[in-house]
Design a protein around this ligand. Structure first.
Ligand code: B3K
Ligand code: ZN
Length: 874
């Protein structure tokens, strides 16, 4: 395994203008014929054709009509080189692959008897020899041939230009993509599928054909994906002036898929999880996921496909930007200010739950990494979610209109090109005449910056000052950091809870965006008539850790009054976190467990404030997760964390019993199910109330959960009730689980939920997980199923996973090794579970190290897993 460095980039020696691909599809032996027209790249000095190929049987290779013999080319590992070719070259290549043997789900593979592809990042080289790098963009024409009965539907990118019958019961379809694209955006599907379709009028008056393809029995679950696609198309027209550039846009759902979905040009391939929904099988969270992912993949058509990445180090150029776009889309779909704030709160939660730990661990890397062994390991929360934060900060700095101008300039300059993160930043800077030189550090430096704030009020002068000091912890390969350019949105609250008018430059009414660019800087406010309570980092204006010594009184004030809903929520999280951490040490030292009435009263006030959206109240009442608590401790004690958090939940359940019950009843959503944000928010609050009631198990709460389970009219309520029963340890939990399985055993995505609920349940031991693995519905081969049981246990059940005897780690090691033999990309994700091993007590650390070493010693380890494990052990 070899490390690849960003600074080693060189342009390709040959470019490809056109690609003609012919597929004779057969699960055991698929023949791929490829014809490439290539020419010397004027931007390169080198005179060599380089083609990548993996797991291919090379049958024939011709250059300009002449067969090439063993001496005319060299194959080193996955690279085929032809030295000193002429200026213009036509290459003809014939290869054979065995899709049915491909368990990696990378390249061309078979799922439930049909053919699918996944080519990003470097999967195309498993299909044919090709300059498989994103800066080689070519026009593709694709001929598919296959048995008509088994594979009645033949799809590829772009437009269908011909189809017809062949001998022996076979048929063909020819597709042409009018746009140049890199090979990672190639796709084909040959399958037994049906579709929901619709013509949709675009803004410029053209009609586009939209299709959602699924297996026969799932046609009743495609409405929401179709609606989300139409909403996405409209939204991109309106917000960014970007139109669909094809006559046809297809979404295809497949049950075996390594990630969420893939933005192949005109032929998006999706994990069924992000397509299929009806109220019976999908939860509110599933619906929101479908909207976001359908949007995300559609938005890639411009940010990713029309303008793509020069090399894979630039991945965040398309991913960070496209996540930002899908976040804005989801927020705009809700429409209300408080709904928007709730989506923002969820983003902050994801960052703290997953990205901050990554940024502080052995796999920490900049948004634009400097090196990698396996690029698939860098489709991370840092590249995606922190990358989206970086784009969001740009919008905060140049304003919404300025951001649009920057986007317009970006497309004006780079449409049809493969470019870099610098090109994007430069477009933003140039369109707004802004200096964004220092801002580059957000792309080049890893680690979560820490911003310390100190404040001073001068009553006589009526001035208030905030001094910020920033620092950033060392990360692998980056011992010292330079200051970041950090937008910090600030408001000041008066004693009456209202925002004070700000006499500060750049102030926009009651919120000022301060720009911290040095290590230490002081900002002054004038005309401040009373000692304010500062609301710092409003709307989470930068992905940093803010340290400020808030008193409880100040936090309570913000929690009751801050006009910025994100900081209002944040104040509650701070109050809760302080208590959770105090209780965790009390548990560990055998001290007395107590929760103060002040905190309970604050929670009660929010819970019963009918002036607030239910979805906001739900967010405000949700406690920081066990993972977030662990990140705050110098030595992590998973069992004490769990016990402390359970104590707080049970105490809330007991002391607020009346109010929780009231809210439970007040937020029922009778009538027909609708996934809209308001209804989902009501269900969310109601089900959170239920989970608190069930955390303090009394007979009534269990009865309530049971009744909800029996009468649920949708999956959201059914799952919430079942989780309530399971977590309460109710006798009725086992029969309910059985009934649930019996009702839904034919719905793979619901069976996933069934495994996941059990995996995350507090009483589920390693041994119980091993038992569940013997269930007839379990298989490691399907990524969704593996994730539902094994990943859920290792990630969402820390108190059991970190069992003191090390049995969780031994289990983890076994599963990483077993998965790696089938599917390295999936295995490598699971391998990340022990990233933070050095933060645990010595006894646990020793056990974890042993498990890591066990995996490291595996004989046939993939590069994917080896990279993750060796970085963890380094
Ligand atoms: N671009 C794909 C992810 C590909 C992952 C390759 N290991 C999906 C997305 O981000 O939209
Ligand atoms: Zn993406």
């Amino acid at each position: 395994s070899q490390t690849i460095y960003r600074n080693d980039y060189t342009p390709p020696a040959y470019l490809v203008d056109t690609v003609e691909l012919g597929f004779d599809l057969d699960p055991a032996r698929t023949i791929v014929a490829s014809r490439l027209t290539m020419r010397r790249n004027p931007d390169s000095e080198r005179a060599e054709i380089e083609l990548y190929g993996e797991n291919l049987e090379l049958v024939a290779l011709r250059m300009n009509g002449k067969p090439l013999g063993k001496r005319d080319y060299r194959i080193d590992g996955n690279l085929l080189r032809i030295a000193n070719p002429p200026q213009d070259v036509t290459l003809e290549i014939e290869t054979i692959t065995a899709p049915e043997k491909n368990t990696t789900l990378n390249g061309l593979y078979v799922s439930n008897g049909s053919f699918f592809t996944q080519c990003e990042a470097e999967g195309f080289r498993n299909i044919t020899y090709f300059p498989d790098r994103p800066d080689v963009m070519a026009k593709f024409t694709v001929m598919l041939r296959a048995d008509k009965q088994k594979y009645p539907v033949l799809l590829s990118n772009g437009n269908l230009i011909e189809e017809g019958e062949l001998d022996d019961g076979r048929h063909f379809a020819k597709w042409e993509d009018p746009f140049k694209k890199p090979s990672y955006l190639f796709a084909l599907v040959a399958a037994q599928l049906v579709c929901q379709e619709e013509t949709f009028r675009l803004k410029d008056g053209r009609d586009a054909l939209l299709q959602v393809w699924v297996e026969e029995g799932n046609l009743d679950k495609t409405d929401y994906a179709m609606q989300s696609l139409k909403n996405s198309i409209r939204w991109d027209e309106e917000r960014f002036g970007l139109e669909l550039d094809l006559d046809r846009f297809m979404i295809v759902a497949v049950g075996d898929f390594n990630m969420g979905a893939m933005e192949n040009k005109g032929l998006n391939i999706f994990n069924t999880k992000f397509v299929l929904a009806n109220p019976r099988v999908a939860t509110d969270v599933d619906y929101a996921g479908i909207e976001a992912v359908v949007g995300h993949e559609y938005f890639h058509n411009w940010t990713g496909n029309r303008v793509t990445c020069r090399d894979w180090f630039q991945l965040s150029l398309k991913e960070g930007l496209t996540v930002f776009r899908d976040q804005e889309f989801s927020a705009d779909m809700i429409g209300t200010a408080s709904g928007r704030a709730v989506t923002r709160i969820e983003q902050v939660r994801t960052l703290r739950q997953a990205q901050f730990p990554e940024d502080a661990g052995p796999m920490a890397h900049p948004v634009r990494p400097d090196s990698f062994v396996e690029i698939n390991n860098f489709y991370t929360v840092t590249v995606y979610e922190k990358g989206a934060e970086v784009v969001r900060m740009l919008q905060t700095l140049v304003g919404r209109d300025g951001f649009r101008k920057g986007m317009d300039l970006y497309f004006e300059r780079h449409d049809g090109q493969a470019v870099t993160c610098d090109d994007f930043r430069n477009a933003m800077a140039d369109a707004n005449q802004r200096d964004l030189i220092l801002f580059e550090r957000w792309y080049s430096q890893a680690g979560t910056p820490i911003v310390k704030a100190r404040t001073q009020y001068d009553a006589d002068a009526k001035t208030y000052s905030i001094t910020f000091t920033q620092s950033c912890p060392a990360t692998p390969g980056q011992p010292k950091k330079l200051p970041f350019h950090i937008p910090i949105a600030v408001g000041l609250l008066g004693a009456d809870g209202r925002d004070m008018p700000l006499g500060q430059d750049g102030a926009n009414g009651s919120t000022a965006v301060l720009e911290l660019t040095e290590e230490t800087q002081t900002f002054n406010f004038t005309g401040v008539g009373e000692q304010p309570t500062p609301s710092i980092l409003r709307d989470f204006s930068a992905p940093v850790v803010l340290e400020y010594d808030y008193t409880d009184l100040e936090l309570l004030h913000l929690f009751s009054h801050d006009s910025d809903p994100v900081n209002r929520w944040e104040a509650g999280q701070r109050l809760a976190m302080q208590r959770l951490l105090r209780l965790t040490s009390a548990v560990a030292s055998g001290g007395k467990l107590e929760l103060d009435a002040t905190f309970i009263d604050a929670m009660r006030k929010i819970l019963t404030d009918d002036g607030l959206d239910p979805s906001f109240r739900e967010q405000a009442l949700l406690l920081p997760s066990e993972t977030m608590m662990a990140e705050q401790m110098s030595v992590v004690n998973p069992q004490a964390i769990n016990a402390a958090r359970q104590f707080v939940r049970a105490t809330i359940g007991t002391t607020l019993r009346t109010e929780l019950m009231q809210q439970y009843l007040a937020n029922m959503t009778p009538g027909e199910y609708s996934p809209d944000a308001l209804s989902a928010g009501r269900r969310g609050l109601k089900n959170l109330a239920l989970s608190y009631l069930a955390a303090a198990p009394d007979a009534d709460a269990i009865e309530l959960a049971q009744a909800q389970f029996d009468n649920a009219g949708n999956m959201t309520d059914r799952v919430a009730a079942l989780i309530g029963l399971i977590h309460a340890g109710a006798d009725s939990a086992a029969p309910a689980l059985q009934a649930f399985y019996a009702d839904f055993e034919k719905e793979a995505l619901v069976v996933d939920k069934w495994f996941a609920m059990q995996a995350a349940a507090p009483a589920t031991t390693v041994k119980a997980v091993r038992e569940l693995m013997k269930h007839r519905a379990f298989t490691l081969k399907n990524p969704n199923r593996a994730r539902s049981l094994i990943f859920s246990f290792c990630g969402a059940n820390p108190a059991q996973f970190h069992a003191p005897d090390g049995s969780g780690y031994a289990f983890w090691a076994e599963q990483v090794i077993a998965l790696d033999a089938l599917n390295p990309q999936v295995a490598s994700r699971l391998a990340r579970s022990l990233d933070r091993w050095r933060r645990y007590a010595p006894a646990l650390q020793g056990q974890m190290k042993k498990a890591l070493q066990k995996v490291a010693g595996g004989k046939k380890l993939s590069n994917d897993v080896r990279e993750v494990i060796s970085k963890a052990l380094a």
